[in-house]
Design a protein around this ligand. Sequence first.
Ligand SMILES: *Cc1c(COP(=O)(O)O)cnc(C)c1O
Length: 427
Amino acid sequence: MSDFLIGTKCVQGGYTPKNGEPRQIPIYQSTTYKYDTSEDMGKLFDLEASGYFYARLQNPTCDYVAAKICEMEGGTAAMLTSSGQAASFFSIFNIAGCGDHIVASSALYGGTYNLFAVTLKRMGIDFTFVDPDCSDEELQAAFKPNTKAVFGETIANPALTVLDIERFANIAHKNGVPLIIDNTFATPVHCRPFEWGADIVVHSTTKYMDGHGSAVGGCIVDSGKFDWTKYPDKFPGLCTPDESYHGVTYTERFGIEGAYITKATAQLMRDFGCCQQAQTAYVLGLGLESLHLRIKKHAENALAVAKALKNDERIAWVRCPHLEGDKNYDLAMKYMPNGGCGVVSFGVKGGRAAAEAFMKQLKLASIATHVADARTCCLHPANATHRQMNDDELTAAGITPDLIRFSCGIEEAEDIIADIKQALDKI
Ligand SMILES: *Cc1c(COP(=O)(O)O)cnc(C)c1O
């Protein structure tokens, strides 16, 4: 599969049935697996043989779909998780613990920011947040001796800033740590962070990968390129024996291409149990088969909407990284020459009240907290997710009271634009 283009990997990657086997990925709806002898089972528990024993850790349906995403990203190992949040949590907690430190972009999904700044902080992991547009010197100054990783989003949700992945990867590597990228909004169809030096990729598969608003899920992919063994003191969990698995050393047994995901499956899935359900993985697999077609349409529609609104005198401002003149246009062209995601943000002249009136008049676009759905949806954060904040607090959080996050679906652009225009006519 590795020689095929990304669209072919979407359709055919991950699962190749043998003679007489089901054409579509089977749903393994079983919590447990049967073995002939206790010796057979013992080998699994010692990680000496590979196989399934309990669906809290692993499930064959999930592994087929993870293998597809792994091929799409160009990685060496991957695992599905129960949500994007679980993927982000595992990606950090697999290599950092109490007393450690992470450098993260400040332009993050709100849930990720909360996970890092509140919950992981309570677990003793410290974060320094840096502006994605910071200078090399400012980024370097964020590192500490106990820094274990750098984290950022290809296209940030909802800020829509584009991360300079290559620059962040170079500086992370100079400091002996991996770069973890949340590639949810770009998808591997439009950006493959490993090609720019990133080491680990995470996804909320809930978004474009599923694409139909059907199933919450996440994924972690390892590029297999970060050499943990060069920094055994920094990454003892990967480079020294794991007593909870009879002294296995993950990098020795599974190599640098398999150590990270094996450890996350063996330890974190065992202890936290955030495995994706087989039914969910099946739905995700169906979504992935058309991801290359859908994300192209999402991105085209977003750009068409941005262009239509740019010259409308009732609109105060528009953000879409692929719109010429956007502050991240050059980065968008470098990392995603074929297009970005389906989300644009804009402000309606007249502030908070105008935004509220506008939203009421939309007919095709539905009001939803979700993004990346096949159906166009939108959200007015000042009136929904951030409604407890006053205008000053909103501005400090980088969300203007007039901001509308507009997630273009895969309907026809003409209809989406007409819906926006008729709503603007009425306010
Ligand atoms: C939604 C989202 C997440 C969280 O994913 P869930 O599947 O909702 O847990 C993480 N990162 C980004 C960029 C997201 O949009």
